[in-house]
Design a binder for this molecule. Structure first.
Ligand SMILES: Cc1cc2nc3c(=O)[nH]c(=O)nc-3n(C[C@H](O)[C@H](O)[C@H](O)COP(=O)(O)O)c2cc1C
Length: 147
C-alpha cells in the first residue's frame, strides 16, 4: 500500500548548512534503496518532511529518522494511504523558507503550513494542498539536490 507521512520537528539549536547537506546526502543514498521519495522543508528552525513509499517501509524509515539527534519534538501532522506519489522524481527534494519574503507562493506555503499544523479534520487533504504548493515552489525557485 502506497503511504504518505508528514511530520514536523524542531531542528537542534546550532544546526548548520553542513548538517542539512549531510542529511540530504544520506537521503540520496538511502531513499532509492527503500523506494522512498518526498520533500524536506526547513522553515525558521524547524523541519517539515513528507515521506512516501510502501507503508511498512515508510513507518520503519520514519522510526529511524525520528530518533535522529539533529532534531527533536517530532510530531506527525498527517499520514495515510495515498494513490500516487507527489514527489515521484525526488530522492528527497529540499527547500528552505523563507527565502524570498516577497514571493506570493512562499507566503501561501507558510499559511498552508499553519493550517496543516492546526488541522484536526482532514489533515491528509490539508497536507496535499501544502505539498502541492511546495512542489510548485520547487519549479519557481529551483532546488537543491546533492550530486
Ligand atoms: C530532518 C531529518 C530528515 C531526514 N531524512 C532522511 C531521509 O529522508 N532518508 C534517510 O535515509 N535519512 C534521513 N535522515 C537521516 C536519518 O535520521 C539517519 O541518520 C540516516 O538515515 C542514517 O543513515 P545511514 O544508515 O546511511 O548511516 C533525516 C534526518 C533528519 C534530522
Amino acid at each position: 500500500m502506497l503511504y504518505q507521512l508528514t511530520y514536523r520537528s524542531e531542528a537542534k539549536l546550532g544546526i548548520t548548512a553542513e548538517d542539512i547537506i549531510s542529511i540530504l546526502r544520506q537521503s540520496e543514498t538511502n531513499n532509492p534503496k527503500y523506494e522512498i521519495t518526498g520533500c524536506l522543508v526547513f522553515n525558521e528552525g524547524y523541519f517539515v518532511q513528507l515521506l512516501e513509499g510502501e507503508k511498512e517501509i515508510v513507518k520503519e524509515r520514519f522510526a529511524i529518522i525520528e530518533g535522529d539527534k539533529r532534531h527533536e519534538m517530532v510530531e506527525v501532522l498527517s499520514e495515510g494511504q495515498t494513490l500516487e506519489r507527489m514527489f515521484e522524481d525526488w530522492k528527497m527534494a529540499y527547500i528552505k523558507l523563507p527565502d524570498d519574503p516577497d514571493s506570493k507562493l512562499e507566503g501561501q506555503v507558510k499559511k498552508d503550513l499553519k493550517t496543516l499544523e492546526e488541522a484536526t479534520e482532514r489533515p491528509n487533504f490539508t497536507s496535499k494542498v501544502f505539498w502541492y504548493n511546495v512542489y510548485s515552489l520547487l519549479d519557481e525557485k529551483g532546488f537543491f539536490r546533492p550530486q
